[in-house]
Design a protein around this ligand. Structure first.
Ligand SMILES: [Zn+2]
Length: 210
């Protein structure tokens, strides 16, 4: 696999934001890590760091696997045998790790993801996988929140989608203003959750229920 590009090959075929990017070889990515290590003031050839560029690129491949994934793939399989179920479907507390697009610093958080089905439902685990697709890209929390809601609306065509995310931003806690304990809450609504206060309140109530 020495000729493998930084991301999986399908990365550059999907509709992800990286789809128009020039493929970068793994060797070039490892060299960039070596340069960063030298820039820090350390010696990339010393024993403890010798395999670090390869490990870093492998880790990056995992942390940023969202570029190689297409939300349409996971939301296309739906079920309509729901025995007349017509209320909110809400998956709460979906943990995720992302990276801010300004500093590539970790964003660690949880997401509540809901939709009001219009006859069709999707497997619950697919909602968690959808969060990962967008989390595993360079992100800002506001964009990620909207992208998840828009994808559910677009591919599942429910009566509405609602997403709420709470996250800690390491670019705010470990550098810059260095404020520990501050978290950020964002929400995004489509369909009835946007147009109807009662549905939005019902989502907020269910999200808070213990
Ligand atoms: Zn940042």
């Amino acid at each position: 696999m020495s000729s493998a590009t930084f991301c999986a090959s399908k990365t550059h075929q999907g509709k992800s934001p990286g789809s128009n990017a020039e493929p970068v070889s793994r060797e070039a990515a490892e060299e960039a890590v070596r340069i960063l290590i030298r820039w820090l003031g350390d010696d990339p050839s010393r024993e403890g760091l010798a395999d670090t560029p390869a490990r870093v690129t492998r880790a990056f491949g995992e942390w940023f696997s969202g570029y190689g994934a297409d939300p349409a793939d996971i939301l296309s399989r739906t079920f309509d045998e729901v025995a007349g179920y017509d209320d909110i479907v809400l998956v709460r507390g979906i943990g995720f790790e992302s990276y801010c697009e300004h500093h590539m610093a970790p964003i660690i958080g949880t997401a509540h993801v809901a939709y009001l089905p219009d006859r069709r439902v999707v497997g619950l685990s697919k909602l968690a996988r959808l969060v990962d697709i967008y989390a595993r890209r360079l992100q800002i929390q506001e964009k990620m929140t909207a992208e998840i809601a828009v994808a559910i609306q677009a591919f599942l065509n429910p009566k509405g989608a609602a997403v709420m995310i709470r996250a800690d931003h390491h670019c705010m806690s470990t550098r810059g203003v260095r404020k520990h304990g501050a978290d950020t809450v964002t929400s995004s609504f489509t369909g009835v959750f946007r147009s109807d206060t009662l549905w939005r309140q019902r989502f907020l109530h269910l999200a808070a229920v213990r």
